[in-house]
Write a protein that binds this ligand. Structure first.
Ligand SMILES: [Zn+2]
Length: 341
């Protein structure tokens, strides 16, 4: 059976799997923690681990697809920069090709996740698909006419850094007003913290600040969020879980994320007129608690018919999307891959 290796390199772990042309994982997904060394040793430690994993695989492997967090130079097979890995202008594709003695194709991890959802996930069979991954940050991928759109150099699809509010909070990218600052797991935590600190969330959703301040809230409104904060356990995940349990304050924090997500979706709908926008990443586990209000904001703000044409759906593939998508990219572009030395 013909197999590609899919490698997904994230900030906390690296996953490797053998994947068939139709996107099926063969055997187990092998994982190891991302090297926690500084920039000098990171690549060497990563290559060492990959060599070790490769030595345990007995099947013939045709090639390797690598999905990596960060901005990718598609033509040079380089990581230009990465928000959570110590990589800068790193020719990672060539390095992995040499280490594994296999042809390698390197792409952004949100691109690979998007391709996986289009080929075998929530957007299977659709031609025009946008994906947003809502985690610590916000990643994006664009499929147009059935193909991943990478732009001039490979870094198209940075949808998390589209500007939704020009003069407010500083983003990790050093700029202000990025969607990522308003509709990510970090944003959910920030909103929850604001509720803990001020007893309420002066929000875009609430509109009128004065009316919002005067609104009646039960005395124990922020109790459970405050308990999480006191236990040093307030984060996007814990706030999301509390919201799913029905906690009103946590739900207000989610509603704020939903509002800004909806604004982002309206932009995507207006630019691309997609069939579907797939929402992945940790926050997608909130399901319709997040997606339903976001859809409403999108429909209210996007032009007709874009806002009603675009279905907004949670991703289907979960953790395997990274390795499957990386391998599917390799299956698609094998003729363009870096040749091993
Ligand atoms: Zn940004």
């Amino acid at each position: 059976m013909a197999l590609m290796l899919g490698i997904d390199i994230g900030g906390t772990k690296v996953a490797v799997a053998r994947v068939t042309e139709d996107g099926t994982v063969q055997g187990e997904v092998m994982e190891f923690p991302s090297p926690s060394t500084g920039p000098e040793e990171f690549v060497e430690a990563l290559l060492e681990q990959l060599r070790e994993v490769r030595s345990r695989i007995e099947d013939d492997i045709l090639g390797v697809g690598v999905g990596c967090a960060g901005t990718i130079d598609w033509h040079e097979s380089k990581v230009v920069e990465s928000p959570n890995l110590p990589l800068e202008d790193e020719p990672l594709g060539e390095q992995i090709a040499k280490a594994l003695r296999l042809p390698v194709v390197l792409d952004n991890d949100a691109n690979t996740a998007t391709l996986a959802e289009v080929r075998v996930g929530a957007a299977k069979g659709m031609s025009h698909v946008i994906m947003l991954t809502l985690g610590t940050g916000v990643g994006g991928g664009i499929v147009l006419d059935g193909k991943l759109y990478r732009g001039a150099t490979g870094s198209a699809g940075e949808l998390g850094h589209t500007i939704v509010n020009g003069n407010d909070d500083l983003c990790r990218c050093g700029r202000r007003g990025c969607l990522e600052q308003y509709a990510s797991g970090s944003a959910l935590e920030r909103y929850a913290r604001r509720i803990v600190d001020h007893g309420r969330l002066a929000s875009a959703v609430g509109g009128d600040d004065a009316a919002d301040a005067a609104a009646e809230r039960p005395e124990d409104y922020a109790k459970r969020l405050s308990e999480l904060a006191a236990a040093d356990d307030l984060n996007g995940k814990s706030v999301g879980e509390l919201a799913l349990e029905g906690d009103a304050a946590a739900r207000d924090a989610v509603a704020e994320v939903a509002y800004w997500l909806g604004a982002g979706l309206a932009n995507m709908a207006n630019i691309f007129n997609p069939d579907m926008i797939v929402i992945g990443g940790g926050l997608s586990s909130l399901g319709d608690l997040l997606l339903e209000p976001a859809r409403k904001v999108m429909e209210a703000h996007a032009i007709r018919p874009n806002g009603t044409v675009a279905q907004v759906t949670a991703a289907q593939l979960g953790n395997e999307a990274g390795v499957v998508g990386a391998a599917l990219v390799a299956w698609e572009v094998l003729e363009n891959v870096t040749v091993p030395v």
